[in-house]
Design a binder for this molecule. Structure first.
Ligand code: E4P
Length: 238
């Protein structure tokens, strides 16, 4: 698996010397939350979807494009922008426009028949893609075969239907490693810090998380108790 590179970049890949570790994306269109995560210094990218954009009250093509541009200028990494079209010609037209907003835009395409055809077309034309709404290993194989840059299995929604979403991450990672697929496994629909830990264990390339789940990784009661004690004891040194 290779790290994301902007689609207009002339970067080259040195697989052997690359340090591979799980990247952190934030899963929101909220600018304040993106800024807060970016200020932590651990943010590698952003994913959005139509529900997240609508939640921020963004309406109309110009406002949508401006919002994506703002996010791209805030964060130095891939920013997934989802197409709203569902037919091949329309996905291509919409995706090309999205890709023109900024070199870090990744065109997010749903896992449907025309979506797979479109991902193949984008791949052949140097446009990065994120295949979204993935719920099975079979879908992930198709996305990789079409050349998707990222594949997004929705682990929280799988858990909601009483299956184990992280097991799917493990299965896809194993398949991609066995077959040599270059597509990065982007664990999506994260609901809590434990999801992030388990995705790291399962070998996900990327975890896209709500801000609360990222901040949840910081928390441990023994850290709070220990720090309070250290600060209290330190008073005697002054
Ligand atoms: C990200 O790319 C997905 O759209 C998102 O993680 C879905 O999350 P949800 O299941 O919490 O809506």
């Amino acid at each position: 698996m290779i790290p994301f590179m902007p689609h207009t970049s002339t970067n080259y890949i040195i697989l052997q010397s690359q340090t591979i570790y799980m990247k952190f994306f934030i899963d929101t269109a909220n600018l304040a939350q993106i800024q807060e995560a970016n200020d932590l210094g651990i943010l590698d990218g952003v994913t959005t979807n139509p529900s997240l954009m609508a939640k921020e009250g963004i309406r109309g093509t110009e406002a949508i494009n401006n919002h994506y541009k703002t996010i791209c200028e805030m964060v130095d990494g891939p920013v997934s922008a989802e197409v709203l079209s569902t037919t091949f010609d329309e996905i291509i037209a919409e995706g090309q426009k999205l890709a023109q907003i900024h070199e870090n835009i990744v065109v997010k395409v749903p896992m449907i028949k025309d979506g797979i055809k479109a991902i193949k077309w984008f791949t052949d034309n140097g446009i990065s893609t994120n295949c979204t709404l993935v719920f099975s290993a079979g879908q992930a194989i198709l996305a990789a075969k079409a050349g998707a840059t990222f594949v997004s299995p929705f682990i929280g929604r799988i858990d909601d239907s009483s299956w184990d979403g992280v097991q799917l991450i493990e299965q896809i990672t194993n398949i991609y490693n066995a077959q040599g697929y270059m597509t990065e496994v982007l664990a999506a629909s994260i609901r809590n810090p434990l999801h992030i830990v388990r995705c790291a264990e399962a070998g996900a390339d990327v975890c896209t998380c709500p801000l609360n789940s990222i901040l949840g990784l910081l928390k441990h009661p023994l850290t709070d108790i220990g720090l309070a004690q250290f600060l209290n004891d330190a008073k005697s040194m002054q």
